[in-house]
Design a binder for this molecule. Structure first.
Ligand SMILES: Cc1ncc(COP(=O)(O)O)c(C=O)c1O
Length: 367
């Protein structure tokens, strides 16, 4: 049996450091917004070459608060993709702004800069590129567009911790960036978590208020905020994991390389020039995707689809996006499948998966 994902190797590899971190918090008597959160925020900012990190409760809140920090809300339009996890769009809606969903590029599955440009109206305030599967969107083109039209560029980095574009880390290229630390992410907590990264000290200061009921200091409220905080336990765990992020991304890249070399007859992930892919997910494309998944499952190999339907065709959004027509996005979601890939996965298991895919695909070609 080869699972789609397995988080146990992470704890096995980092057991002593994790246990020490958790014990440290338990003994400290301080569990919310304390020294671990402060240290993690400083270390996460340093990883990104300096700037400010404001940790929050999850990645969805990170997007919502990033938009709110720029006063984006009712009456404003925010352009993003439909080919993403639903929370990207939910977060926009939570601010009161209107999401405008556009097409992706056929090769990388990330937002199409041309489609963004075509969707800009006088109400447009922001663009949210989703750095999907571990590769950033074309930030060079998007930055030009954002500059030309005075738009805020919010990077959705939930799937791209450590990815690079022209050597710049995901999260450092836009005005502001939102990260998720959901346990399966490249940088995952052992619970929920998220963060916002920015180079702007004033925005960071506002975000610190917004995440904590709008408090400027204890019980002095200057605006309406929310309760969205990372706890000390998760911050301590994330500090351990951050120190191993690059090494763990290399581990993911090595598994992806086995797939890249071995797979035949399917569309492998495309890494655009000047991008470093960190393979949050290894997503292939194949016209008979459902048959492939079923036959892999019969051989004990689990796969998943990210995502089985685009946001505008998922039940909660069908009415809202009734007229949205994104044929490429729709076709991609009908053909993609994610293969097993996780930190600590054995090379031999990746070879077994690749062999199985190749044999099934060859068989289906003859059928
Ligand atoms: C692209 C993307 N954006 C946002 C989120 C939301 O993150 P969280 O689950 O931490 O709220 C996720 C996670 O599922 C995601 O994959």
């Amino acid at each position: 049996m080869i699972p789609f994902n397995n988080l146990n190797p992470i704890y096995d590899m980092l057991r002593d450091e994790m246990n020490e971190a958790v014990q440290r918090v338990l003994r400290s008597g301080w569990y919310i917004l304390g020294p671990e959160v402060e240290a993690f925020e400083a270390e996460f900012a340093a990883y990104h070459g300096g700037g400010y990190t404001v940790s929050v409760a999850n990645g969805t809140d990170a997007i919502e608060l990033a938009l709110k920090a720029y006063d984006i809300g009712r009456g404003d339009e925010v352009i993003t993709v439909s080919h993403t996890a639903q929370p990207t769009v939910n977060a926009i809606e939570q601010t009161g702004a209107t999401p405008v969903l556009v097409e992706v590029l056929e090769d990388t599955y990330t937002i199409s800069p041309a489609a963004v440009e075509a969707a800009i109206t006088p109400q447009t305030k922001a663009i949210i590129p989703v750095h999907l599967y571990g590769q950033t969107a074309d930030m060079t083109a998007l930055k030009q567009l954002a500059d030309k039209h005075s738009l805020i560029l919010v990077e959705d980095c939930a799937q791209s911790h450590g990815a690079k574009h022209h050597g710049a880390l995901a999260g450092t290229m836009g005005h502001i960036a939102a990260f998720s630390f959901y346990p399966t992410k490249n940088l995952g907590a052992f619970g929920d978590g998220g963060a916002i990264f920015t180079h702007d000290a004033n925005i960071a200061a506002r975000l610190k208020r917004l995440r904590n009921y709008g408090q400027a200091s204890t019980y002095h409220y200057v605006e309406k905020g929310v309760n969205s905080r990372l706890d000390e336990m998760q911050a301590a765990i994330l500090r351990v994991r951050l120190a191993h992020l690059d090494e763990h991304n290399t581990n993911r890249q090595a598994i992806a390389q086995i797939y890249n070399t071995a797979l035949e007859g399917v569309t492998r992930p495309y890494t655009a020039p000047n991008h470093e892919h960190v393979y949050h997910l290894y997503v292939i494309r194949y016209p008979h995707r459902d048959k492939l998944m079923q036959q892999l499952q019969e051989q004990g190999i689990s796969t998943k689809i990210h995502y089985p339907a685009p946001v505008h065709l998922q039940q909660p959004h069908i009415d809202t996006f009734g007229t949205t027509d994104l044929p490429l996005t729709k076709r991609i979601t009908e053909e993609i499948v994610s293969l097993p890939l996780y930190i600590g996965m054995k090379s031999q298991d990746a070879e077994t998966v690749a062999d199985a895919v190749n044999r099934i695909v060859a068989g289906l070609a003859q059928a």
